[in-house]
Design a protein around this ligand. Structure first.
Ligand code: GAP
Length: 459
């Protein structure tokens, strides 16, 4: 099946991710499954770091936002009320020649050109034929059944966004927390979309995590809070280390707004395959609370004690996909240095890969290396240092290959610091601490290592 776009840089990222354990194709031993990916040991750590950073920024540092963790399966009426049953669709066509199915809008806008067999617009990306079934709207929600009876009455859907449980729990959260407007409910969780056309590695998958906030405000205050959240959301990506020049805003024209939105601005990233949505901020108005009130018969309005009035709050929703953010972070951090960076030995023709990950996102914070591996006293000391640091930082111990090769291996996974145990260590209990980006090495006493590293991590 063709991918929508490819590029040399994307191929390198995909290859690095698999080789070093960031991301693997899901179920690969059975040939893989389109649009499904597994995070490997390093990818899982990056995602955890991203979640931690997000929670610190929006739950710990903000004053009035609470975190919930809702179920992925919900009452089927939720999706009627939310409008997803009716509107969460993409146009699907089938090629009359090879029966390949794909998104009609992608074919029409030329996204397949140069991919597979498509040389021009309106050609099947799989075989190049030009005759298709009429386009029909395909609902992207995955259907499933609650309980053992597989009939319409027991049918429900895997959630395509996390937002809805933040609306259905609006009164529960109000009653149990006594929060007052403006306040936010936040959630990070799995979301499922049966995308017709997947591709561009993890950019468009069928299962991914969304991190989003529903921020409830008084009607009339929504436009002000929209601007505030757009700035905060963009800053998040800058603070994750993405280059400013690789980010831009895209204002959705009125005619392309989702059924619930009064205004949506995407934060786009310059991916190797072009500018594309990384995250977004939407003004969902009072659409969801009103609809759930109507469909459930429960009143989800808010009584503003200070103003002595009742209203349905408006909702500002900043949203982002974690996997998309990880992809942007990896692309932004990726560097190739022809001949390598070392000044002490002659440049080789090899290409050195350096992943300049922000230290809070880097999966492994410290690598512990023994200068050589055939000196048992050095290896013993290196393992001791590793054991000292391991409870405090995500560490890696590596003794395979020359020290130069090992530095390259840690640079390639974006590890910010490498500690080397050498012959001087045996004399004075100091080690070299090497900085990934500057390659500056300094001597630090083993007893000071934890403090020095903690200080640098927090800087
Ligand atoms: N609650 C609003 C909402 O779900 P969305 O723009 O449809 O908005 C939120 O999705 C975020 O999820 C997007 O900004 C994007 O980062 C990510 N996303 C959407 N579809 C995706 C897919 N198929 N694969 C990976 N990430 C996706």
């Amino acid at each position: 099946m063709p991918r929508t776009t490819t590029s040399n840089l994307m191929e390198k990222i995909v290859s690095l991710c698999k080789r070093r354990g960031f991301i693997y194709p899901s179920s690969e031993i059975y040939g893989g499954v389109e649009g499904l990916w597994d995070l490997g040991p390093l990818g899982a750590l990056i995602k955890q770091n991203l979640r931690d950073f997000w929670i610190k920024r929006f739950i710990l540092e903000e004053e009035n936002i609470v975190l919930i963790d809702g179920a992925c399966l919900m009452h089927p009426k939720v999706w009627e009320a939310s409008g997803h049953l009716e509107h969460f669709t993409d146009p699907l066509v089938e090629c009359k020649n090879c029966h390949f199915r794909f998104r009609a809008d992608y074919m029409a806008d030329g996204r397949f050109v140069g991919q597979g067999q498509a040389k021009e617009k309106n050609q099947c990306p799989n075989c190049g034929a030009k005759e298709f079934t009429p386009s029909r709207m395909f609902n992207l929600m995955f259907k499933t059944f609650l309980g053992p009876v597989e009939d319409k009455a027991h049918q429900t859907y895997l959630r395509p966004e996390t937002a809805q449980s933040m609306f259905t729990n609006f009164q529960n959260v109000l009653n149990s927390t006594r929060l007052k407007i403006p306040f936010g409910i936040a959630q990070i969780g799995r979301s499922f979309r049966n995308e017709i056309t997947t591709g561009d590695f993890i950019f468009r998958s069928r299962e991914f995590d969304i991190a989003e906030i529903e921020y409830f405000v008084e009607p009339g205050q929504d436009e002000k809070y929209f601007e505030i959240w757009l700035d905060k959301w963009e800053k998040l990506f800058l603070d994750l280390g993405l280059k400013k020049g690789n980010l831009r805003r895209y204002e959705h024209p009125k005619e392309s707004l989702a059924h619930y939105s009064k205004r949506t601005v995407d934060i786009e990233y310059k991916f190797p395959f072009g500018w594309a949505e990384l995250a977004g901020v939407a003004n969902r108005t009072d659409f969801d609370l009103r609809r759930h009130s109507k469909f459930s018969g429960q009143d989800l309005s808010y009584y503003d004690e200070a103003k002595k009035r009742k209203y349905y709050p408006f909702v500002i929703e900043p949203t982002m996909g974690l996997e998309r953010a990880i992809l942007a972070i990896l692309i932004d951090a990726y560097r190739e240095i022809l001949g390598g960076r070392t000044k002490t030995t002659k440049a080789t023709k090899e290409v050195e890969i350096l992943l300049k990950l922000d230290k809070k996102i880097a999966p492994i914070k410290v690598a512990v290396l023994s200068l050589v591996r055939n000196k048992p006293e050095l290896v013993k000391k290196a393992k001791e240092v590793y054991q000292i640091l391991k409870p405090h930082f995500v560490c890696q111990y590596d003794e395979l290959g020359s020290i130069g090769r090992r530095y390259r291996r840690v640079d390639e996974i974006g590890c910010p610091w490498a500690i080397t145990i050498d012959f001087d260590t045996l004399k004075d209990d100091t080690v070299t601490l090497r900085d990934r980006d500057t390659m500056i090495q300094e001597r630090v006493k083993i007893k000071d290592l934890i403090e020095v590293l903690k200080e640098r991590l927090e800087k």
